[in-house]
Design a protein around this ligand. Sequence first.
Ligand SMILES: C[S@@+](CC[C@H](N)C(=O)[O-])C[C@H]1O[C@@H](n2cnc3c(N)ncnc32)[C@H](O)[C@@H]1O
Length: 314
Amino acid sequence: MLPRAQPVDADAAQQQQHDETTARMNSIIHEIRTLYDANTPLFTKDAIRKVGEELERCRKDAVDGRSVTLQGINGVDYEVLVSLPPIQYTLSEEQHVGGSTWVIMYNSIEHLTTERNVRTFSPNTAYLPMIIATCTRRIKPHPEENELHASSTEELGKAFHEIEQKWKTSEYYDKLQAALATVKTPIVLDKVIGVALGPLIIRTLVNRRSIIQHALISAIESILLQRGVLSVSSGRYVQDPVYTQRDRDVLCSAGFTILDDPQAFLTLDDSSILVSINPDIPVKQIVADICRPSIIIWPRKYDSVYQPIFFEGG
Ligand SMILES: C[S@@+](CC[C@H](N)C(=O)[O-])C[C@H]1O[C@@H](n2cnc3c(N)ncnc32)[C@H](O)[C@@H]1O
């Protein structure tokens, strides 16, 4: 005789799975916190370089469902699937998607050690300080009183120049000069690196804020060159995956070298000056792990340590 079928309690089974995943997640979070407290770095140049190489492969050959190998803070390699965005965003007028399709998502310690939604939690990505994702970042321009529009690269270049010149007559520029007048460094520096300074233009709207941040890089370079703090062979470099070809063309004409993520972090060293204003990646945590730039200019407040809008691969 067949045994009588047991009634399946679907709710109880679901609850059990939920409890098991929660316990697993909390144990992983505890393990990551312990590793971090024992000074295990989240970001090393070697690990950043390897993720950069995987990113390059994704960019060159953008197929859906590519498998990449990424290392966790626990030293274990994980195979992660990188997918194309599941839906196409319909952008409203004031939103903007930047240049790069594939980006490195840098996960802060806060992100890695915060409880996540149990339904989307994956032990396969839970340990990863860096993930490759398809970018669907949206940036809203800051509302301005006197909006300035540019419809060609030439117009944008002209606007860049005018905004820079006007800023150089402002009290802020005087304050910058005064602040840099006494700076001394034990070694001669050889580069100024700007990270996450934003796009120069959003659709046709000129982004003054970003232009001034780029002008700040040029100003720091020329003031410190005159004072001999920077060597005559120094350069100025900028990295922001949101740059479009138009941004790149204008920045190149203005003497900047554009770095593709993660080259800014690989180039950054003790003889660098770093400027990073309101990045939406944990720049402070990355820099703390990889080097000690001689001069750092960044806001006192914390970086955004939780992720911006992305579709995550895997
Ligand atoms: C909140 S916006 C700030 C932009 C500008 N600094 C400002 O103050 O308006 C954050 C910027 O971080 C940039 N960003 C994100 N990931 C980055 C990366 N890996 N390297 C450099 N910049 C990055 C974004 O593209 C965006 O332009």
